[in-house]
Design a protein around this ligand. Structure first.
Ligand SMILES: [Zn+2]
Length: 346
């Protein structure tokens, strides 16, 4: 008698289920590229890469996205929403590569000095791409509680995620918000303070991105929404300005009350122009402040990590005991986050 065995193969994959999403902080060196993977679509926040001779950030992103989209072939290499916090190269520079290799549906960014980025205009001119520009004056008038991006179609579960953008721009003529004064120069000299701030809420889970807002920009943001102090409370805080000393302060952390902090910064061994080493990111004071901040959860393991005490200092190790992560220490990071607020580092 001949016996035939039927072999049943069960493929187990890490796919965002109905009521959860996966947040990918891709290692693109001293730059930002975050992918929010939902059950039916993708949001990207920034698409930068470190500009070094070997272009390894592009290889890293290409490799990461290649694996993600081969696992998620149902998403047909499509980015539903691409949000660019501001127009600096470390947040935008791989957009040409992205638009050549993936289909982008909507690009949302600030109109502050957008003329400097021909690559963004070119990507936006591709067939089927919608470009939306955030103008702070219109936003202040028409959307005092932020600009809601409808991402409800990216999920098939019962819980609907909400993505709200807040203006990172300032009226430099007025120089005052809710009686708090600002220096005009802080907003004229850098696009950082014009960064769009993004908050994702998915049931009980939440995540905040402040781009490269510096202290004046943070002051503006907190003053503008001081009548609604809970608006920025989050679980996950994508640490501002690559962990720079001027990207996070006590007042901001007190509003956020974060449980987990994630920094995007570059390899300390790189010494090229625009590297983490050149900027001294992440800064010791910031990492220490995060580690000392009471709402950030304890980690199961104590880690020694490299940080910079000041500009031009050599990176030196410090001990951290909390849920603080950096692409500069661990490479690409990803977390599966459930809408009930629970999460798992992958
Ligand atoms: Zn940056």
């Amino acid at each position: 008698m001949k016996t035939t065995f039927l072999l049943l193969v069960v493929l187990i994959t890490t796919t965002a289920k109905a009521d959860e999403f996966i947040s990918h902080f891709v290692n693109v060196g001293q730059a930002d590229a975050t992918i929010l993977e939902f059950s039916k679509g993708i949001v990207m926040i920034d698409i930068g890469g470190e500009n070094n001779a070997v272009r390894e950030s592009q290889d890293s992103l290409e490799n990461y996205m290649g694996k993600l989209f081969s696992r998620r072939s149902d998403l047909s290499k499509t980015i539903d929403f691409l949000i660019l916090t501001h127009n600096h190269a470390d947040h935008v520079s791989l957009i040409g590569w992205l638009s050549t290799n993936y289909k982008i549906k909507r690009i949302i960014t600030t109109n502050y000095e957008l003329w400097k980025r021909k690559d963004v205009s070119k990507a936006a001119s591709d067939e089927g791409v919608t470009l939306e520009l955030i103008d702070y004056k219109l936003m202040d008038k028409l959307m005092p509680n932020g600009f809601s991006v409808d991402i409800s179609k990216l999920v098939d579960g019962e819980v609907i995620p909400k993505l709200v953008l807040y203006s990172g721009q300032i009226d430099t003529v007025k120089q005052e918000v809710n009686n708090v004064k600002f220096t005009e120069s802080a907003f004229k000299e850098t696009a950082n303070n014009h960064s769009i701030v993004c908050k994702l809420t998915y049931g009980e889970a939440s995540m905040l991105f402040t781009g490269d807002l510096e202290l004046e920009g943070i002051k503006y943001l907190l003053a503008k929404y001081d009548k609604n102090p809970d608006i920025f409370e989050v679980d996950f805080y994508h640490v501002g300005h690559h962990g720079a000393e001027n990207g996070t302060n006590k007042e901001l952390l007190e509003r956020l009350k974060p449980k987990v902090a994630i920094i995007s910064a570059g390899n300390p061994k790189h010494i090229n122009s625009g590297s983490a080493n050149q900027h001294a990111h992440p800064r010791k004071k910031t990492v220490k402040r995060l580690n000392d901040f009471e709402t950030i959860q304890k980690s199961n393991i104590t880690k020694m990590v490299l940080v910079y005490a000041k500009f031009k200092a050599k990176p030196a190790p410090i001990e951290i005991t909390k849920q603080i992560h950096c692409t500069c220490w661990s490479g690409s990071l990803s977390f599966t986050i459930n809408s009930d607020g629970s999460y798992l580092q992958n």
